[in-house]
Design a protein around this ligand. Structure first.
Ligand code: CMP
Length: 136
């Protein structure tokens, strides 16, 4: 069953810094995603802590929040059928060294921290994450 969904994508500081924004957007568009909304921003560490609060008990939480707030990021609302799952497939495994050929993280990821992109992990979280960045 295919259903039209929206998901949140972030192009992380390591990819923005290497000017990979356009290449990554082409990968989304070639996979059938529409970019409905986008903005380039830099967030405060406190905002990153709020965004990633599901990970607050993890040992990597502090570094993760420092990293996401360390430079400009591109936040986007992506739409297509089964967007949440398809985005996760296109991004590839969290650790780029485990990611399959043809995925964004395989192509551009540097490490588990500098893995170039974030994507919502469920439809429920997609709604929360889209609201986080785009609630007017
Ligand atoms: P992301 O999809 O943005 O969600 C949380 C991030 O935490 C993840 O990508 C990784 O960049 C980062 N991270 C760092 N260490 C780990 C780890 N051991 N397991 C999962 N994610 C990690």
């Amino acid at each position: 069953m295919s259903k039209l969904e929206q998901t949140l994508s972030i192009i992380k500081p390591d990819a923005v810094e290497r000017n990979l924004e356009n290449e990554i957007k082409v990968m989304f568009k070639n996979d059938g995603f529409l970019i409905l909304k986008e903005k380039k921003i830099q967030i405060e560490k406190s905002e990153a802590e709020n965004f990633y609060k599901v990970h607050q008990t993890k040992p990597f939480y502090n570094d993760l929040c420092s990293y996401l707030s360390s430079g400009p990021i591109i936040v986007m609302v992506l739409e297509r059928n089964n967007a949440v799952l398809r985005n996760r497939e296109l991004m590839g495994a969290t650790n780029p060294k485990d990611a399959k050929e043809g995925t964004i993280r395989k192509k551009y990821g540097i490490s588990i921290d500098k893995n170039s992109v974030h994507g919502s992990d469920s439809l429920e979280n997609a709604k929360i994450e889209i609201d986080f960045f785009f609630k007017d």
